[in-house]
Ligand binder design. Structure first.
Ligand code: 6R9
Length: 645
């Protein structure tokens, strides 16, 4: 982490927005950004009401924001349906024939779907849900590959007020079961399988395994994607195709309260099981609409591509909702970036003439490692704006992205935000704010970001501290589903009435924010959040394991690699086979992304006298091979001596 700060402090390359970009952009200068920012902070109600008024409401609001820390309500009294704004509004404005989705499957199959067609499909599936008794407020778990129907399923839920909870297709049956139980879901939407690097991910089989120990689900809707064999349980499982054939496409958007729950998305925390982050309708809609409009500067002729999966917040806000709210044309791709090889993305950028491209630093590093030959020869001249999300981007990766992919003419928006924030919080406005490799630059409108010290005082430029947000914002999480106490404890207990993000950061003398990384026991593996506690509890659930401590080790490709220190029960022999078995065990209980890269067997783990595992020491051993920090609270030095060997 300190290396990171060092290299950032030495970073002074600055790139002003290209004149050609600024001329056409919505926000054309730093002065214009600063004026709008000031208004958004001084008079947020006026600012957000203006944004909200660009969208359609079935009934207007009484108040823009009611703030009873830590609980916020936005657009109270209003009635709205987010899908009316994603779909119907464009049909009414004469844009029904505009392409909404340009979808490509991993095997190369293609589909182009207009706004009118998307509206039709969403209405059909929403009616199929209704026809099976699913109603407003019901929780519906979605476990799908990256096919158009994943977006259709989300919107169909929103159309009728059902609350979706999307689970990433790489997660295991156990993870599905945990999320079903926590959300008390009544239905599941899945597919027979999905393509990933030429292989079929057995999605339906995973759902079956999860449902073996959860009986709250009445309906499982199954899309045919891979035509792999699946078991269909009578009276519970049904084909998407059959259910949509039984209904018509007349499905008016239900008028919902602005604070009606839109979705629950589970994310890792530093303790216990993943938490169900709850987002509601009106504020989330306005937040994702406005950030897409200003940060991606979406224009009518843009072709936008976000490479995330709908299983993560990025896929919610910047695939399923934000771009559709803006009436944009977007590319959706089902598979892996390196299938059949590392040129896949660039071949698709050329083919679809992508103009805005949004991906993760970990993908960029993988492309650099694979070699420029996979980029050379493709025509990337359609690109005008690049974005990154998920983790800090190292200056080398930034420069490669800027020059090799952007041809030195595309601004890069490095967007800092979280599952909890719902929408981008810190990012350059591309036509206005000068960019530097490694900084997410300035806060978005209405975002009162600051860096606090331990006592809750803002620190000066170039001093590190904790990243906080001092004012409510429309797309903020409303609570942790069924656990408001954990919501209060996690985000609002350190500083009164102030949101604690969990990231360390500093500002520079120009007011740019430099995000350093998580301050808690949350790892960032290839841009995905993973709690050390989750991996540890998976490990100790294995019969051979006595104790486990999981830490992150800096990794060139993934950002962080997962290292597990494990002690085994008396009488158990450690071996490479056991290490392999433990890795697979974690894969099975969480998902492949959680598999430890390294398992280190130890006879004891370093602990404090009060019995807490000293992860700090383990981290240092991983990073440097030795211990230099304070060890005065260590109980037993032999543990550390053994590990250093
Ligand atoms: C959107 C998303 C959130 C955590 C966050 C931070 C890290 C995200 C970043 C970034 C530096 C950026 N993070 N974007 N760090 N620069 N541009 O990724 O949500 O999965 O909830 O992760 O990711 O540590 O706290 P989520």
């Amino acid at each position: 982490m300190s290396d990171n700060i060092e290299s950032h402090l030495q970073e002074n390359r600055t790139f002003a927005p290209p004149a050609a970009f600024s001329e056409k952009a919505r926000i054309k200068s730093i002065e214009q950004y600063e004026e709008m920012y000031r208004e958004s902070i001084d008079d947020p109600d006026t600012f957000w009401a203006r944004e909200a008024n660009e969208l359609k409401w079935q009934q207007p609001w009484d108040s823009v924001c009611i703030w009873n820390p830590p609980h916020a309500e936005w657009f109270t009294g209003a009635k709205v349906n987010i899908t009316e704004n994603c779909l119907d509004r464009h049909l009414e404005n004469g844009n029904g024939d505009k392409t909404a989705l340009l979808w490509e499957g991993e095997p190369g199959d293609k589909r182009s779907i207009s706004y009118r067609e998307l509206h039709h499909e969403v209405c059909l599936f929403a009616n199929a849900l209704k026809n099976n008794g699913i109603t407003s407020g019901d929780r519906v778990l979605i476990y799908m590959p990256m096919v158009a129907e994943a977006v259709i399923a989300m919107l169909a839920c929103a159309r009728i007020g059902a609350v979706h909870s999307v689970v990433f297709g790489g997660f295991s049956a156990d993870s599905i079961k945990d999320r079903l139980e926590d959300s008390q879901a009544v239905a599941v939407i899945t597919a027979d399988g999905g393509w990933r690097r030429g292989k079929i991910v057995p999605l339906k089989a995973n759902v079956d395994e999860a449902l073996a120990s959860y009986d709250g689900v009445k309906n499982v809707f199954v899309l045919k994607r891979c035509e792999n064999d699946v078991t269909m349980t009578d009276g519970r499982d049904m084909w998407w195709e059959d259910e949509t054939a039984k209904v018509d496409a007349n499905c008016p958007p239900v008028a919902l309260d602005a604070e009606h729950p839109l979705f629950i998305l589970y994310t890792s925390g530093s303790t216990g099981k993943p938490k169900g982050i709850l987002h509601t309708t009106g504020g989330y809609m306005v937040g994702t609409y406005a950030t897409c409009k200003y940060i991606f500067d979406m224009q009518p002729d843009d072709v936008y591509w976000c490479t995330a999966d709908v299983g993560w917040i990025t896929g919610h806000s910047y695939i399923a909702y934000g771009p559709l709210l803006n009436g944009c044309t977007q590319v959706i791709y089902e598979g892996a970036p390196n299938h059949p090889d590392f040129s896949r993305f660039w071949q698709m950028v050329e083919e679809y003439k992508v103009s805005i491209f949004y991906t993760a630093p970990t993908a960029i590093r993988a492309f650099i490692k694979a070699g420029d030959q996979f980029v050379d020869g493709y025509d990337l001249s359609s690109l005008r704006l690049l974005g990154t999300v998920g983790e800090p981007i190292n200056p080398e990766a930034w420069m490669w992205y800027y020059n090799k992919i952007g041809g030195g003419k595309c601004p890069i928006v490095d967007t800092w935000w979280q599952t909890e924030t719902g929408a981008i919080m810190i990012s350059p406005i591309p036509g206005a704010v000068p960019i530097k490799p490694g900084t997410a630059t300035r806060p978005f409108f209405g975002v009162d970001a600051a860096i606090f010290d331990e006592t809750g005082q803002p620190v000066g430029p170039n001093e590190g501290g904790k990243l906080v947000i001092r004012k409510p914002w429309p797309s903020m999480l409303r609570t942790i589903y069924n656990d408001d106490q954990r919501f209060k404890d996690t985000y609002w207990s350190e500083y009164e009435g102030v949101y604690l993000a969990g990231d360390g950061a500093r500002t520079d003398s120009d007011g740019n924010f430099w995000i350093v990384g998580r301050l808690d026991d949350v790892l960032n593996v290839s841009g995905h959040r993973l709690g050390t506690a989750e991996v540890e509890s998976a490990l100790v659930a294995h019969p051979a394991v006595a104790e486990a401590a999981v830490v992150g080790r800096p990794d060139d490709l993934k950002g962080q690699a997962v290292v597990a220190f494990v002690t085994v029960k008396t009488g158990i022999e450690t071996s490479d086979d056991l290490a392999k078995e433990l890795r697979n065990h974690v894969g099975k209980s969480i998902g492949a992304i959680a598999k430890p890269d390294d398992i280190k067997f130890a006879s004891t783990l370093p602990k404090t006298r009060s019995g807490k595992i000293m992860r700090r020491l383990l981290k240092e051993i991983c990073a440097t091979g030795k211990i230099s920090g304070d060890t005065t609270t260590l109980e037993d030095f032999t543990a550390i001596a053994a590990l250093q060997k």
